[in-house]
Design a binder for this molecule. Structure first.
Ligand code: N2P
Length: 609
């Protein structure tokens, strides 16, 4: 006893420390969701503004509606199947209930990413179009296990002789189930249902694999917002999600502890109300039957205001999904049956998609503004005659750096300089990273010579201890926040950070860098090819192309747009590179079979071999 009292304060403070460790980040997020300032780092006073904006944002409302739909259906289906399975395991005459149970519990322990990719493969093999159905099937697949575990635990506490007595008194199996078994296990079933709902509402990994156009759920929406910069809106929506999930779990927990349903109903209803709030306020979700254009494009490639203009002009809604690598784009399009109408591949993936017959030939008569484009960027080897693609933006890959910290930079070597350990960011991109290492040795970044490539791999492995992160989505933000001082990255975003911090500069190293031309194209499976043509033509209007260049800072292939741009843009060498830079950049090309080698080398680098 005396010992216990002596140990208690130590244990108590340890416990507090553990909880602090667990919850401090969440607390910060919640606090900053009420911060007046847009910058995350400083407190400027209390406001509910971000919640207001969130409730008014059509994208968030739509994704929340999708999440609720998916979670609702998943809850019903998974709970029914899981309860039936638990009953069979507990009461049925099975030969090996133990191994069956282990099999059922497997999805709980299998790495989520494995589950996700196998589900994607499975759906592709079945020829299912990715969308609500696939998301719900996938959620049911991983939620059933939890239901079985929870309901089975409850069943084991239910005396089977009660059911036997009911049968003796003449009740059939169904009657016995509904009159005796179900009321006995109801708290377990309800708590399992709440758990499923919370799991489904929260899921990111599996959903990101199997979601298609129009089935963007709230977590996916949050992540794509994060990639264009953490804003207080994200903190606000995350806080709502957090509160709702916590309330649902609290209700589930109370039920399991044997609380009366009425007691548990309070947090459950409250949790659902938090999620339902956006529908009670503001205008309704997107009306049914409206026309939608589905665009799949690089992050930081088009501004919301540009999209609004197209929506208003055509009375449609534009649905935008983002990616950060050509490989991610290829994976989605090659999985087949996506419902994207417009995509934005770089030069070399166009070659790959064309060879696989995955692009729709363009109807040039529906693209009158193509006469605005610079002939120097047309009729390239990756798409002769531009039969399948129209250049959208172009740019270079180089190094962004904080001049105050690093001094002037002119060579790739700086990214191998041990002085900058932990302050270096590299793109998460096989062709760009291996390409930089090849260039550093004065070689072509389209090299297929195995020895050269092995040497490039060696260099990147040597460099790895210096690298803080491999990231293609937010290299600009990392530089701006001061997290890194040197970032391999693409010109537009690196030109843009300079507006906010004049010490940030961009250089294409003297050894040379890559050049990309990213084009708009229409997948063969596009459901709205006409609207897709209208969109591509819209982006080639001089005014619109100028707006895209002004807001995104990637170079425009649109000659008619150039006179509409301010000198701060046309005179910026990061956006409009001078001839000496253009002479030392090289277009990344499809290297055919060698792609496999690049991928393998890159995977090994990331795995750190
Ligand atoms: C935009 C990245 C530029 C893409 N976030 C380079 N092809």
């Amino acid at each position: 006893m005396a010992e216990e009292t002596r140990r208690a304060p130590v244990l108590g403070s340890l416990t507090i420390l553990v909880y602090l460790f667990l919850y401090a980040p969440i607390l910060v997020l919640v606090v900053f969701s009420f911060n007046q300032s847009r910058m995350t780092a400083e407190w400027k006073g209390f406001t509910l503004d971000w919640y207001g904006r969130l409730l008014a944002s059509p994208q968030i409302r739509l994704s929340l509606r999708n999440s609720l739909l998916v979670a609702g259906v998943t809850t019903v289906v998974a709970t029914v199947i899981g309860t039936a399975a638990a009953l069979a395991l507990a009461r049925g005459r099975l030969r090996r209930p133990g191994s069956l149970m282990a099999l059922i519990a497997l999805p709980i322990v299998v790495p989520e990413i494995v589950l996700a990719s196998s589900l994607l493969l499975f759906f592709a093999a079945l020829g299912l179009r990715l969308g609500f159905l696939t998301v719900i099937l996938a959620h049911v697949a991983f939620c059933v296990s939890y239901v079985v575990v929870v309901v089975r635990a409850r069943l084991s506490g239910l005396d089977p002789s009660l059911e036997e007595a009911a049968a003796d008194l003449g009740a059939g199996p169904w009657r016995a189930f509904f009159k005796v078994t179900l009321p006995g296990i109801a708290p377990g079933v309800l708590s399992a249902a709440l758990l499923v709902f919370a799991l489904s509402i929260d899921d990111y990994v599996v959903t990101s694999f199997v979601a298609g156009v129009g089935s963007t759920t709230l977590p996916i929406q949050i992540y794509s917002m994060v990639r264009s910069g953490i804003t207080p809106e994200i903190n606000a929506v995350s806080t709502l999600l957090l509160v709702a999930t916590a309330l649902l779990l609290l209700a589930a927990h109370q039920l399991e502890r044997g609380a009366r349903a009425r007691v548990a109903a309070a947090p459950a209803v409250l949790g659902l109300m938090v999620l339902g709030a956006p529908f009670v306020t503001g205008t309704g979700a997107a009306p049914r039957g409206e026309r939608v254009l589905n665009v799949f494009i690089w992050s930081n490639y088009i501004a919301p205001e540009t999209l609004r203009k197209f929506e208003q002009r055509h009375g449609v809604r534009v649905n935008v999904d983002l990616y950060d690598s050509n490989e991610a784009l290829l994976a989605k399009i090659q999985a087949g049956n996506t419902a994207y109408d417009v995509i934005c591949p770089s030069n070399y993936p166009i070659q790959i998609l064309l060879a696989q017959g995955l692009l729709l030939p363009l109807d040039h008569s529906a693209l009158p503004h193509r006469s605005n484009l610079d002939p120097a960027l047309l009729d390239k080897s990756y798409d002769p005659g531009n039969r399948y693609s129209m250049p959208y933006v172009w740019g270079t890959c180089g190094i962004g750096f904080d001049r105050r910290r690093t001094g002037p930079v002119d060579s790739w070597d700086v990214l191998w300089d041990a002085r900058w350990k932990g302050r270096i960011l590299m793109l998460d991109d096989a062709r760009e990273t291996l390409g930089a290492a090849l260039k550093r040795r004065g070689r072509s970044l389209n090299a297929t010579n195995e020895d050269w490539l092995r040497d490039a791999q060696r260099q990147l492995l040597d460099q790895k201890p210096l690298v803080k992160v491999y990231d293609s989505g937010s290299f600009d933000a990392a530089l701006l926040s001061g997290d890194v001082w040197l970032a391999q990255g693409w010109s537009g975003q690196l030109a843009k950070v300079r507006d906010e911090n004049p010490n940030l500069e961009y250089v294409v190293p003297k050894e040379g860098g890559s050049l990309f031309v990213d084009s708009l194209a229409i997948p063969k499976s596009a459901p709205h090819p006409e609207l897709a043509h209208a969109f591509i033509d819209f982006t080639m209007e001089a005014e619109i192309a100028a707006e895209i260049c002004r807001t995104m800072h990637y170079s425009t292939p649109n000659l008619a747009a150039v006179p509409l741009l301010p000198p701060s843009i046309t005179g910026n060498p990061a956006i409009f590179p001078p001839p000496d830079v253009l002479r030392r950049v090289e277009l990344i090309e499809d290297i055919g079979e060698a792609t496999v080698l690049y991928d393998r080398l890159w995977t090994e680098i990331k795995a750190g071999r």
